[in-house]
Design a protein around this ligand. Structure first.
Ligand code: NZQ
Ligand code: ZN
Length: 386
């Protein structure tokens, strides 16, 4: 295994009704900013359940954080925090609200001139406001990691960063809060969790057998539970709790311990969202089969393991098994109702040139962490997905 450090201070409260423990987890006397998205929490009762726990606390609210949260919007929350001298953020929503709130937490303490530098220049960050999260969409793992992804609308840039300073102090994970999700978002969450797992698993073997087994378990669970969630007329608790826990485990740091991570699919996918506004998970479903095909011959050992342990593929020679595994992966995404070709979304070759230009201008020699995809290879990968 590679050497690794693991640090994760997030207190997770998982299960039905866990919101009742939130009051005890909030710092005494905190002046709170509740952050949320387009209003789903006001329609489905989650907002009421949160506010019920805030008796005795002074709180303000900031709504309107959009999917793929915008820097421009988030800076308005920073203004409110400074004006009202708030000292704790309570993010209620999916990955966009939680990620956006992490950025706000850093931007409110930022000492440089332009907080966008936090993302665009990896500007030094020394402290952040503490934040807590109430999760309403199982997908990103943001509830138990220090990552955040923010979009600058003005320049159509979508950039990611991670910092230990913005691990949530606590996260409340109540599977019932996901019951009102549109099926499209349920599918997105399953695909995002699946691809997070793959990004940390499907590269090269290096003795991290236990992490491999954990990854394979998460993938098998998503394959078993995903279609059930999509087909059910009514959400079922046991199904939603399994999906929620899988999503958190997929990106809370455990799977990457000692393993060789990739993240090429995410890097390319972020550009598709930035340029065309596609849902994050949709971009992953388009790109991942291309990344797997491109790297197939190099990553053959791991791909064969994936074919056998996750998809039970035992027929044919090795090359046919790799190909069957990639095909099964794409069919799984399709069965969740997500189309997996650029052409399905009206995206043409000119976008490929633009993405290459962007990567080159950032000085990237390789895409992803496995060292087997050069920047120019992105052209072949994306052309195979037209
Ligand atoms: O805004 P509201 O009204 O809340 O509606 C949201 C939004 O329209 C809705 N929704 C959320 N919970 C709901 C609900 N609707 C009904 N009932 C509920 N219970 O779902 C829509 C999508 O929400 P969003 O938060 O955008 O989705 P997701 O959780 O998939 O987050 C996507 C963002 O996370 C980033 C992505 O790039 C993207 O910006 N990621 C963050 C990561 C991280 N922090 O580690 C890793 C990921 O790879 C990803 O990049
Ligand atoms: Zn993702």
């Amino acid at each position: 295994m590679n050497n690794f450090q693991l640090y994760n201070p997030v207190r997770l409260a998982f299960g039905k009704g866990q919101i009742s423990n939130m009051g005890k987890m909030l710092p005494k006397g905190a002046r709170i900013l509740i952050t949320y998205g387009g209003g789903s929490i006001k329609r489905n009762g989650v907002y009421d359940a949160v506010v019920e726990q805030l008796k005795g606390f002074e709180y303000f609210e900031f709504g309107g954080i959009e999917p793929n949260p915008h820097f421009e919007t988030l800076m308005k929350a920073v203004e409110l925090i400074k004006k009202e001298k708030l000292d704790f953020i309570l993010a209620v929503g999916g990955g966009s609200v939680i990620d956006g709130s992490k950025f706000v937490a850093l931007a409110a303490h930022f000492e440089g001139d332009d907080p966008w530098d936090i993302l665009s220049k990896s500007a030094p960050i020394k402290s952040a406001m503490p934040l807590g999260a109430v999760l309403t969409l199982a997908a990103t793992g943001s509830e138990m990691n220090g990552n955040f992804v923010v979009t600058k609308a003005e320049t159509r840039e979508k950039l990611a960063r991670g910092s230990e300073l913005v691990y949530p102090v606590f996260s409340i994970l109540d599977p019932e809060y996901t019951y009102t999700l549109p099926k499209r978002q349920v599918a997105n969450g399953i695909i995002d969790s699946y691809v997070h797992t793959m990004e940390q698993y499907l590269t090269y073997k290096n003795g991290a057998d236990l992490q491999d087994s954990l990854a394979e378990g998460i993938l098998r669970s998503l394959i078993a539970e995903g279609p059930k969630a999509m087909q059910a007329d009514e959400p079922a608790y046991e199904n939603r709790e399994k999906l929620m826990w899988a999503a958190t485990l997929a990106l809370n740091g455990l799977l990457s311990c000692g393993t060789i991570g990739d993240w090429a699919t995410h890097m390319i996918g972020h550009e598709l969202t930035a340029l065309h506004g596609l849902d994050h998970a949709v971009t992953l479903a388009i790109v991942m089969p291309g990344v797997l095909e491109f790297t197939m011959k190099k990553r053959k050992e791991k791909l064969l393991q994936y074919a056998t342990t996750v998809w039970n593929i035992t027929d044919g020679d090795n090359e046919s098994r790799w190909k069957q595994a990639i095909q099964k992966t794409e069919e799984f995404f399709n069965a969740l109702g997500v189309k997996t070709r650029l052409g399905d979304y009206g995206i043409m070759e000119d976008t490929i040139d633009e993405i290459l230009k962007r990567f080159r201008s950032r000085g990237f020699e390789f895409i992803g962490g496995a060292g087997d995809i050069r920047t120019e290879d992105v052209e072949e990968i994306l052309k195979s997905r037209l």
